[in-house]
Design a binder for this molecule. Structure first.
Ligand SMILES: Nc1ncnc2c1ncn2[C@@H]1O[C@H](C[S@+](CC[C@H]([NH3+])C(=O)[O-])CC(=O)[O-])[C@@H](O)[C@H]1O
Ligand SMILES: O=C(O)C(=O)Cc1ccccc1
Length: 241
């Protein structure tokens, strides 16, 4: 696995964070050193897929990057006639994801598509995963995306939504941000890397608080929604239709 050193040296004209070839090359290392609980969330996505995937249905991974969640879902589907659809708008991600997916054999079809998740159709879904991607969608498009997911779901279907959160209470925000900072330091990121990445993500990753997420899922129509996992400011929600 290639080490993430993207922000290790000084960038004078630091551009906004983009999911381009340079990020793709280091992505597995970057996400596991930056997101506490990432592996545990993938394991949970597998377990929930095993429990909630319905026969004759579609499973979606929206904002799939290299397809980690889609591959975990595929390993855990135990019912007949399921199809997994994984979508990302980064050409570089989809290209690399296609190579990854080809390395594993399975009877369950997995289709990788380049596209904007705000624009694609969702139908006959039993499991929809949005693992750390809604935070990159324009805030004013988020409700209609979650509405569309709900509309495209079968009764009993689930949405697994993982996001970086912020906290309205300033003291909570500071305390939890500190814990995340320490997590990145303990994973070998330097102060320069941390501060340059933070600048690059400004206005690119726009987090919501927990209440905004829960309200949005409720407004979409989900009768049940809650957090099933949280590590510091990174949480994963489960909503059931
Ligand atoms: N409008 C959009 N449409 C489609 N894709 C998008 C859009 N905007 C951003 N993306 C894509 O969303 C992904 C977010 S990463 C997901 C990790 C993965 N889920 C994982 O489980 O490993 C999370 C992170 O890096 O923090 C990137 O691949 C973007 O190209
Ligand atoms: O690195 C961070 O500080 C994050 O908030 C998470 C992240 C992880 C990978 C790509 C973009 C953001």
């Amino acid at each position: 696995m290639q080490k993430d050193t993207l922000y290790a040296s000084t960038h004078e004209a630091l551009g906004a964070f983009q999911f381009d070839e340079s990020v793709v090359a280091v992505f597995p290392d970057m996400i596991s050193r930056s997101v506490p609980g990432y592996q545990t969330i993938l394991t949970g996505i597998g377990e929930l897929t095993r429990q909630y995937a319905q026969k004759d249905s579609q499973l979606y991974d929206l904002g799939c990057s290299l397809g980690a969640a889609a591959l975990t879902m595929r390993r855990n589907v135990e019912v007949e006639n399921c199809k997994i659809i994984a979508i990302d708008n980064s050409e570089a991600m989809i290209q690399r994801a296609t190579e990854y997916v080809q390395a594993y054999h399975s009877e369950v079809p997995l289709i990788l598509q380049q596209g904007d998740i705000a624009e694609i159709e969702i139908e006959d879904a039993s499991v929809v995963v949005i693992n750390f991607t809604l935070q990159f969608i324009a805030p004013e498009q988020r409700q209609s995306l979650v509405n569309k997911v709900y509309q495209g779901m079968k009764p009993g279907g689930i949405l697994i939504l993982s996001e970086k959160l912020h906290f309205d209470d300033e003291q909570m925000q500071q305390a939890i941000e500190h814990l995340h900072l320490q997590f990145k330091r303990s994973n070998g990121y330097s102060e320069l890397e941390i501060s340059q990445k933070r600048s690059a993500l400004e206005n690119v990753l726009i987090s919501d608080n927990q209440q905004t997420h829960l309200q949005r899922m409720q407004d979409a129509g989900f009768s049940t929604a809650g957090i099933w996992f949280q590590a510091y400011n990174f949480a994963s929600f489960l909503a059931i239709k």
